[in-house]
Each structure stands twice: as structure tokens, then as C-alpha cells.
Design a protein around this ligand. Structure first.
Ligand code: SF4
Length: 362
């Protein structure tokens, strides 16, 4: 279920298509067929926390649980939670007073928190802690009267949330080209921060060009592009040069997914396709392809990747080579309202506990 109430609904509009085995033909290619499976891929700690937060809220308090915006940018995840009683809204005005609302992993501005209070909503904040870290940096620099050059994409929810923490002190820089054009108040008192899900290489180019103009530009205290975004880009860069085709699983509004496709392209993959579901793979994509790369964005459940591997196996790509460039075991604790169930039993997730372990993972 979803509510629009005067603004475009944030909900997923489609259901997951059935997986049809044998749909793709096993056509001959020169050489052998194989899949290079990038690792890390898929769920990051912030997405895991946010999705579990909605699941726990539904279990503890019952439906409906309202969620401001998509909890994470993945159609399948949103549709699955909707089917269980989550109600995704774009605007808090769509929510009845005194209802529970969860803020998404992308974070919110202080104005949204205030609006929730004004509407007497019971808010649970599922903002990824790594986004909250950027919010804190923005507040701290703004207090010190430093101007913030925020590298990010206009209109992205995370960028709106971060800018909302220092609205008078932040200038958004959306591209390397824009870095050549922005005006600042004081070139000697500047810091750059960034959205967490950007291309590392493009961001560094933007910063390089900013620094040409503003040599005193300070760096963030720690990397703002998060570990998960960086790790997934490193992994796809490793496989892409060896791939005829790279399939990136993830939704079109997922920033880190779209960046993965861009990185794969610039790293040398002959062709790159982004899909939500395995049913979208087309036979012609595989024409003459010996090596097919597979990866997935940070909001993608592993079951969707498994379905891609099944379809590829039907097409003769049953040799799956796991290419690991980093190990991840980070896990964030749940929002405090959800750390115990109604009987007081504590959350017992282990590190990475929701991931399905694959046969070919050691
Ligand atoms: S991609 Fe990074 S910042 Fe975004 S939810 Fe995942 S860990 Fe957090």
C-alpha cells in the first residue's frame, strides 16, 4: 500500500516478476563461458539496519508502519515491505497524527524532524550512521562559519538532508564542470564534504578542480564516500576489464547502483546493463560473451543476484568465480526503539547475519 496525498508516491509500483527457467538459450561462444561475481556486493550495513528496522517495527507494533520516502532505493525491497504493511509516503502530511513513521536510510533534515514533532508523529530514525556522520560534520563546520562545498547530486534525498543541516553555509557541487564555476564567500575558509554514494574517481576529479581554484580547501575529517560504496566500486573495477558484459543488479534511483554501472563502463567492460530483476536479461546481451560480470548495489538483497546466476546458468554460464577484493562484517545496531521486542528480548542479529551465504563462498 502507498499513499500519495498530493505528492508523487514513494512506493514501488511493480511486483517482482516470476523467474522463468530455461528462458535464455545456451548458445556457443568462442572459448569458455564463465561468470565473474564481484565481492563485496549487495546489502551494506546501513541498508541492512534500515530494512530490519521496518521489519522489527511491523513485528513489534503491527501495521501500518509509515515510512518517509523509500526506506532504501530498491523496488523489490520496498514492494516486499509494502506487502507486509509498510506504507511509504513522500510527505509527512499524508500520515495520521500519532502514527509511527520511520525515516529512511538516506537521512532527513532537521526541518523534517520538527515537522514530525509538530504532527505528533512517533518517529524512528533509520538514517545510516555514516550519513549521520556527514550531518554532524556539516553542523560542526557551519558553527565554525566555514563554507561547505557539498559534492553530490541535486534532488537526492541524502543531499537534501545534509544541506538541511547547514542550509546557509552549503553550496552543492554536482560535477567537475560545476567546480569550475561556483562562487564562494571566503576562499580561505572552505571544506568539501560529499554524498556517501558517489563515484570515488569523479569526486576526486571534482575536488581536484575545486582545489585548483581554492588551494586552501580543507578535506573532510574522514572519508564521506562510505566503505560500502568504495568497496563495491573497487570490486567491479577488478572484474570489468575481463568482462564482455557486466550486469549490475539494482534500481535506477539507487545512486550507488548507477555509479557501479558507470565505474564498470569506465573500467573497460564491453557492455554494461543495470537491471532490477533477472527477467530483464535479454538473450542478445550474451551474444558472443565469454565472461559475464555480476555485481549489485548496496540496497539489493542477495536473492535477486541468485536469480541472475540461475538465469545465466541456463545460458551456459555455470562456472561462477567469486572475485573478492575486501571482506565486510560491519553491522550497525538498530534504532534504540527497536533493540528489544515487546517482551524485552534483545535483538540477536550477528554480524552480516541477514546475508545468505552462497555455496561458492568459503
Ligand atoms: S551505502 Fe553507505 S551510507 Fe548508504 S546506507 Fe549503505 S553504508 Fe550507509
Amino acid at each position: 500500500m502507498s499513499i500519495s496525498n498530493g505528492s508523487a508516491t514513494a512506493s514501488a509500483s511493480t511486483e517482482r516478476p516470476a523467474v522463468v527457467r530455461g528462458r535464455l538459450a545456451n548458445l556457443p561462444v568462442a572459448g569458455t563461458k564463465r561468470v565473474l561475481l564481484a565481492a563485496p556486493r549487495g546489502y551494506c550495513a546501513g541498508v541492512d539496519r534500515a530494512v530490519v528496522a521496518v521489519e522489527k517495527a511491523l513485528a513489534n507494533f503491527g501495521a501500518p508502519i509509515y515510512v518517509r520516502k523509500q526506506i532504501v532505493h530498491n523496488r523489490h525491497v520496498v514492494a516486499t515491505l509494502e506487502a507486509r504493511g509498510a506504507v511509504f509516503v513522500d510527505d509527512l502530511s499524508a500520515i495520521p497524527a500519532k502514527s509511527r513513521v520511520i525515516f529512511s536510510a538516506h537521512g532527513v533534515s532537521p526541518a523534517v524532524v520538527q515537522e514530525a514533532e509538530d504532527r505528533e508523529l512517533v518517529a524512528i530514525d533509520a538514517t545510516c550512521p555514516l550519513v549521520t556522520k556527514v550531518h554532524r560534520e556539516a553542523v560542526r563546520f557551519a558553527r565554525g562559519e566555514t563554507q561547505i562545498l557539498l559534492v553530490g547530486h541535486a534532488g537526492h534525498e541524502e543531499v537534501e538532508g545534509t544541506m538541511g543541516h547547514a542550509p546557509d553555509r552549503t553550496i552543492l557541487v554536482t560535477s567537475p564542470e560545476q567546480a569550475d564555476q561556483i562562487d564562494v564567500h571566503d576562499p580561505d575558509n572552505l571544506v568539501w564534504l560529499s554524498q556517501t554514494t558517489l563515484s570515488v574517481d569523479e569526486t576526486m576529479e571534482t575536488v581536484r578542480r575545486l582545489r585548483v581554484r581554492f588551494p586552501q580547501l580543507a578535506d573532510p575529517p574522514t572519508d564521506d564516500i562510505c566503505y560500502a560504496t568504495q568497496n563495491r566500486q573497487v570490486a567491479v573495477k577488478k572484474i570489468a576489464p575481463e568482462c564482455d558484459v557486466v550486469i549490475v543488479v539494482g534500481s535506477s534511483n539507487s545512486s550507488n547502483t548507477v555509479r557501479l554501472a558507470e565505474v564498470a563502463r569506465s573500467a573497460g567492460a564491453r557492455a554494461v546493463y543495470r537491471i532490477d530483476y533477472a527477467s530483464e536479461i535479454e538473450q542478445e546481451w550474451l551474444d558472443g560473451a565469454g565472461s559475464v560480470g555480476v555485481t549489485s548495489g548496496a540496497s539489493v538483497p542477495e536473492e535477486l543476484v541468485l536469480e541472475v546466476l540461475e538465469q545465466l546458468s541456463d545460458a551456459g554460464y555455470s562456472d561462477v568465480q567469486n572475485v573478492v577484493t575486501a571482506e565486510e562484517d560491519l553491522m550497525f545496531s538498530l534504532p534504540k526503539e527497536l533493540r528489544t521486542d515487546p517482551d524485552g528480548v534483545a535483538d540477536d542479529r550477528g554480524p552480516g547475519g541477514r546475508r545468505r551465504r552462497l555455496d561458492w563462498q568459503s
